[in-house]
Design a binder for this molecule. Structure first.
Ligand SMILES: [Zn+2]
Length: 321
């Protein structure tokens, strides 16, 4: 039975249930909050409130996509998961280079050293301080996914190092890799680089691909076996939801509905009801899925996107060791 690593332990993939494949439960500190104060999600009570809401609409599992150095908080994720009953999959790895000072160790350690640090977060537990040092204080929560991120139309040198380190960690542990694409660009290029370092596309999830809602490109990517994560529900500042619905329908018509995942990526306090904003962490389940149904998607197709596909995507691949 394939298994998935959550912050409270390993579970069978078949038990994930309805899964939000890319979201944010806690963002506590870091340069990212100086650049964008609205990203600050540092109140455990409010996080619990949003997750309880998510659960009340049937949500069972959430992927917290914050990796090392961008405010990730392993101990709080574990506490919130226990208190709310929502399983959380957490990330090791890196975000975009722009979110790190040039003094950060990611720009100075070798690829092997970085790969080893990722491996230890998956096997032993995440460092509560993201290896900011001088002491390593491992949380009981282990990472269940490896994050990498590229920028708009470019994969810079430091990102290539991160990709290679992620591949080292994948080959050693079988952990899936969740990538950030900027405006849906460089997805195929990420896949090619990962493949060159021994990562099969079946273990890769490309996030935010719907920012470039290009059916031809998406079906081409899906045919490699990689997963595409869409997080457009409620984000109408980018495009109307009808665009996303058309894209999802098109993917099913192209025979690649088995490669789509849905997330909220509701990573701003102005998006959270508990901070007085909207549409809230439960929006996708509360409003978007019922609309998909009204627009003609079958219950089986929706279950595929929300349950079956995430169970495959977030499973650890068996490794030789
Ligand atoms: Zn995100």
């Amino acid at each position: 039975m394939p298994s998935v690593r959550t912050v409270t332990g390993d579970v069978e993939a078949s038990t994930l249930g309805i899964t939000d494949s890319h979201d944010h439960v806690m963002i506590r500190n870091g340069l990212i909050l100086i650049r964008e104060p609205d990203f600050r999600l540092d109140n455990v009570e409010k996080s619990m409130q949003e997750l309880r809401d998510f659960r009340s609409f049937g949500g069972r599992t959430m992927v917290d996509a914050a990796p090392i150095g961008v405010g990730r908080d392993p101990d709080s994720l574990r506490l919130i998961s226990v208190e709310t009953g929502v399983q959380i999959i957490a990330a090791t790895g890196f975000h975009k280079t722009v979110y790190y000072l040039d003094s950060h160790w990611r720009f100075h350690y070798s690829v092997e050293e970085i790969g080893k640090l990722f491996i230890d977060e998956i096997l032993l537990g995440m460092d509560q301080n993201g290896y900011d040092g001088p002491l390593v204080k491992r949380s009981l929560a282990k990472a269940g996914v490896i994050k990498i991120a590229s920028d708009y139309q470019v994969i810079d040198r430091a990102t290539c190092v991160a990709i290679e380190a992620a591949a080292i960690a994948h080959r050693a542990t079988g952990a899936p890799i969740l990538t950030h694409t900027e405006m849906g660009t460089m997805g195929l290029e990420q896949l090619r680089l990962l493949e060159a370092h021994g990562v099969p596309p079946e273990s890769v999830i490309l996030s935010h691909m719907d920012r470039n809602p290009d059916l031809f490109l998406h079906s081409e990517i899906a045919r490699t076996g990689a997963f595409l994560e869409y997080d457009g529900p409620g984000r109408v500042k980018y495009y109307p939801e009808s665009t996303l619905i058309g894209l999802i329908r098109g993917m099913f018509e192209a025979g690649v509905g088995g490669q789509i995942l849905l997330g909220g990526d509701v990573a701003r306090r102005s998006y959270w009801k508990s901070y007085g904003g909207g549409p809230g962490l439960a929006y996708c389940l509360e409003h978007f899925l019922p609309r998909l149904r009204r627009e003609g998607l079958s219950a089986a197709e929706i279950d595929q996107i929300m349950i079956d596909n995430p169970a495959r995507a977030f499973s650890f691949r068996r490794t030789a060791s």
